[in-house]
Design a protein around this ligand. Structure first.
Ligand code: SAH
Length: 231
């Protein structure tokens, strides 16, 4: 079977599959819906000390990952003709969206480079046409948790991975809105009851209530989502 193929380039391959080895993603991997290959970048260094980084040109704090070492790792992981997009996890990247996640899930897989230190040499990003992807406006110590987040979001959309296909369509963001609130038994919890309409059995009214709640929550918490999309 030709599942989604992820190759992650990292200095810490032991971080993978990590959280993606259990539950939904882990079972999907076992079933062959997707595969994950973690490649040690250090294996592509050529000196005795297996150096992958060096001091920044122009001076300053920290270290920068070398373009030559990373290029060898990428070319090994994705030889010419590999159709998978090449991503670089980066706080300077385009913020990850559910729409991009869906596109990735519809494709053959992804080659994902995880940065460390101050980041990677700019020439590598240009020469290998890496797509920079951010998971939010905060700084992680490395790209590995970001790669895990991206892959988690992708894998749950792969065909057959989620038991209830319907729930994937109703989720927050899928229709440009945040999801409505959920309730379950018991009928009363610490004096709080379930909105009456949800126990009415009137499916049309329930759907209308849920949609209204979605719009209310979105306007309140994420008014930016209601702006016309400019791509
Ligand atoms: N000096 C950089 C931060 C480097 S953090 C800057 O100020 O922009 C080290 C690595 O962690 C980055 O190369 C990237 O791979 C990863 N990383 C950090 N924050 C991230 C985020 N919000 N999204 C995706 N990757 C991130």
């Amino acid at each position: 079977m030709s599942g989604f193929r992820a190759t992650v380039l990292t200095l810490y391959p032991e971080m993978f599959p990590g959280a993606l080895g259990v539950s939904l993603a882990g079972r999907a991997m076992q079933a062959g819906s997707w595969s994950l290959d973690a490649v040690q970048i250090r294996d592509f260094a050529t000196d005795r000390h297996r150096t992958v980084d060096d001091t920044p040109a122009g001076g300053g704090a920290g270290m920068v990952m070398r373009a030559d070492v990373l290029a060898r790792a990428i070319d090994h992981a994705a030889p010419a003709g590999d159709a998978r997009p090449k991503l670089l996890m980066s706080p300077r990247g385009k913020p990850l969206t559910q729409a991009r996640v869906r596109e990735l899930a519809d494709g053959p897989g992804a080659v994902i480079l995880c940065g460390r230190f101050e980041g990677v040499d700019q020439r590598l990003i240009e020469a290998r046409q890496l797509e920079e992807v951010s998971i939010g406006d905060y700084i992680l110590s490395g790209g590995e948790p970001a790669a895990l987040v991206l892959l988690d979001a992708v894998v749950r959309l792969l065909p057959g991975v989620m038991g209830n296909e319907e729930s994937g369509v109703q989720e927050s963001f899928e229709n440009g809105l945040l999801e409505h609130p959920h309730y379950t038994r018991p009928a009363e919890f610490e004096g709080r009851t379930i909105p009456e309409i949800l126990t009415s059995g009137n499916h049309a009214r329930i759907a209308a209530w849920r949609h209204a709640e979605s719009e209310r929550l979105t306007a309140e918490r994420r008014p930016d989502l209601l702006q016309p999309v400019t791509k």
